[in-house]
Write a protein that binds this ligand. Structure first.
Ligand code: C2E
Ligand code: CA
Ligand code: CA
Ligand code: CA
Length: 269
């Protein structure tokens, strides 16, 4: 075995081989799931200071015929590595825009916004703007009620290109939210240049906001930063009344988390 190269040894490692074939089985399953429309969206409310819903975030789920409901943590990474995220992302956008159009037909939900997560590869496609426009056009959804959630690393990969795409979509009223804020390599000078509407305080800072002074300081700094840049701020992962009260007293006016509602089918919102 010593004479064989490292790769040869790896190839015959049964554990690694099992992992590799599980991955390719999952890849095939995802491909088939996309073709069979097994992916659907769950919706989690985003509420104002009084607990009144302002809209929701769309979170993809996989209704697998054998595995049951699969969470995105179990398929998004592989979908991203294999490029399948591109067709999955198009389905997600179409489903989200159709839901927005459905809400528009009832007075109680007509003003609700819907936030949709966008992966780096999706956003980097040269025709990303056209894809969003097509989803809006096909559904007749109001672009002003659609928000796209992007991450710092995605935006900073090619700042000029990001700004151009965002501006093109903003012209129509589409909004932009910076997801998981505080977890990336925040470059404050870029933050000022990006045409954003909203920062989302990552749930990792919210979790221990009452017990960890560092997390409390970060959360409060993000709230102040957002306001001084003229942006909205949403706290994610709010699970307790204490967390909500602390964030509220420090100026946060929008909340999302199990305290207000778990992600679920649109009918249950
Ligand atoms: P995210 O965008 O940060 O979404 C928030 C995650 O936090 C969701 O997990 C949500 O269910 C969970 N969450 C909400 N409230 C609470 C709370 O109070 N406590 C705790 N502990 N968790 C809470 P989920 O649905 O499993 O999604 C995980 C990630 O998968 C998302 O993180 C997002 O990055 C990605 N994802 C979800 N849907 C899509 C999609 O349609 N497209 C893409 N590209 N990524 C998606
Ligand atoms: Ca998100
Ligand atoms: Ca997030
Ligand atoms: Ca996250």
């Amino acid at each position: 075995a010593k004479a064989q190269g490292r790769n040869t040894l790896c190839f015959f490692d049964p554990a690694m081989q099992a992992a590799a074939s599980a991955r390719s089985a999952l890849e095939g399953d995802i491909r088939q799931g996309i073709a069979r429309n097994e992916f659907l969206l769950h919706y989690q409310p985003v509420v104002d200071a009084t607990g009144h819903p302002l809209g929701a975030e769309a979170l993809v789920r996989w209704q697998h015929p054998q595995r049951g409901m699969v969470s995105p943590a179990d398929f998004i990474p592989l979908a991203e590595q294999t490029g399948l995220i591109l067709s999955l992302g198009r389905q997600v956008l179409a489903l989200a825009c159709r839901q927005l159009a459905r809400w528009a037909t009832a007075p109680a939900t007509a003003a609700w916004t819907l936030a949709v997560n966008v992966s780096a590869q999706e956003f980097r496609q040269s025709d990303f703007v056209e894809q969003v426009l097509a989803a809006l056009r096909d559904s007749a959804a109001n672009p002003r009620l659609l928000k796209l959630e992007l991450t710092e690393s995605l935006l900073l990969h090619d700042v000029e290109d990001s700004i151009l795409k965002m501006q093109a979509l903003r012209t129509l009223g589409v909004g932009f939210s910076l997801d998981d804020f505080g977890t990336g390599y925040s470059s404050l000078s870029y933050l000022k240049r990006l045409p954003l509407d909203q920062l989302k305080i990552d749930q990792s800072f919210v979790r221990d906001v009452l017990t960890d002074p560092n997390d409390a300081a970060i959360a409060c700094t993000i709230i102040t930063l957002a306001h001084s840049l003229g942006l909205d701020v949403v706290a994610e992962g709010v699970e307790t009344e204490g967390q909500r009260a602390f964030l509220l007293s420090n100026g946060c006016r929008q909340f999302q988390g199990y305290l207000f509602g778990r992600p679920g089918p649109a009918e249950l919102l």
